[in-house]
Design a protein around this ligand. Structure first.
Ligand SMILES: [Zn+2]
Length: 332
């Protein structure tokens, strides 16, 4: 049993309270590899932004859970070297799928876990989330639960709407489970292809696809039920068009990739939404930079020569998100 406090990590409790009160959101960035982690920490240290390092199931399979935990421990020390005296870094399990997975992460030094029972019948979601909370709270680890289902790109619009979080359930869920934050579904979606072209409207000025707006009425109804309670948005990449264009220019084939417009996330950040998950945008920034190097310098074979520019591009993206979208700079 390793306690995260011995690793210099923090849980989300104070961080979320300040974010809700201050009208900003904490970035939750996924990481799978060293360059991504370096870019996240450099961006957070440079902007003095609290940050959540997220580890998904895919990341655990790809990079190994133990290795990722040691990388996060190293990241805290690295942040200090970069001149961030008191780094506010959370190590969070993204989409924990069972009690056992959550327990193993808690025992290994994670400071926060998500238990995603959103696909289960309501009472089963409550029971599972409650079980994780009871275990986690013994070690002062914070827990994110989820109500409502995020749409995927194949889903029909009508199906997406019917999966929105039901505001009438949130008080009961939070009270029964004791969870510390709640991920909700108001129209965000995982991946770089969040909406089909049929779900979008065409912007006559730019010729780009505009996604359907987030359901701010549902968010408002949830906030009314749970005043000041920390709310989380998953699937909140914006799919920057310049990165998509760079990828396509240098041989990629990302057609009709659509994300959540940044002005909508800016608006959400000012509400009780205090954690915004961003993964795909970092992947796009990395891929765009790598493709550009490969296209322009075909003789290059030193990974540092293409992963270095990828790291720079991700760092630029993270700083942009922190300062221009979430407003979490100078809060740590
Ligand atoms: Zn998610």
């Amino acid at each position: 049993m390793i306690n995260y406090k011995d690793l210099g990590l923090v849980n989300t409790r104070e961080m979320f309270k300040k974010a809700v009160d201050g009208g900003y959101a904490i970035p939750a960035f996924n990481f799978n590899n060293m360059e991504q982690l370096q870019a996240i920490i450099m961006a957070a240290a440079e902007t003095k932004s609290p940050v959540i390092l997220q580890v998904s199931k895919g990341a655990r399979q790809y990079a190994n859970q133990t290795l990722l935990r040691y990388m996060a421990e190293g990241a805290v020390e690295y942040a200090k070297e970069l001149g961030w005296e008191n780094p506010q870094v959370v190590l969070h399990l993204d989409h924990g799928d069972s009690f056992e997975t959550c327990k193993s992460c808690i025992d290994m030094g994670f400071s926060s876990v998500m238990i995603d029972g959103s696909h289960l019948p309501y009472e089963e979601n409550v029971a599972l989330t409650k079980k994780v909370v009871e275990y986690a709270h013994q070690f002062d680890v914070t827990v994110e639960g989820e109500l409502g289902v995020l749409a995927g790109v194949e889903d029909e619009v009508s199906a997406a709407e019917s999966h929105y979080t039901k505001p009438e359930e949130v008080v009961d869920f939070v009270t029964k489970t004791g969870c510390d934050s709640l991920a909700i579904s108001i129209g965000t979606s995982h991946g770089a292809f969040k909406f089909t072209p049929e779900q979008c409207t065409l912007d006559p000025e730019t010729g780009r696809l505009l996604p359907p707006p987030l359901a701010f009425d549902v968010l408002a109804a949830i906030e009314e039920q749970l005043p000041g309670f920390p709310i989380v948005l998953h699937g909140s990449s914006s799919v920057p068009q310049d990165e998509v264009d760079t990828i396509n220019k240098y041989g990629g084939a990302l057609k009709a990739a659509v994300g959540i417009p940044e002005e909508q996330l800016r608006k959400a950040s000012k509400s009780a939404v205090c954690k915004i998950n961003i993964d795909s945008d970092s992947r796009l920034a990395m891929t765009a930079a790598v493709r550009e190097v490969f296209a322009q310098k075909p003789a290059e074979f030193d990974p540092r020569k293409y992963l270095g520019p990828a790291r720079d591009n991700m760092k630029k993206l993270y700083i942009h998100k922190i300062k221009e979208v979430l407003g979490s700079d100078n809060k740590a």
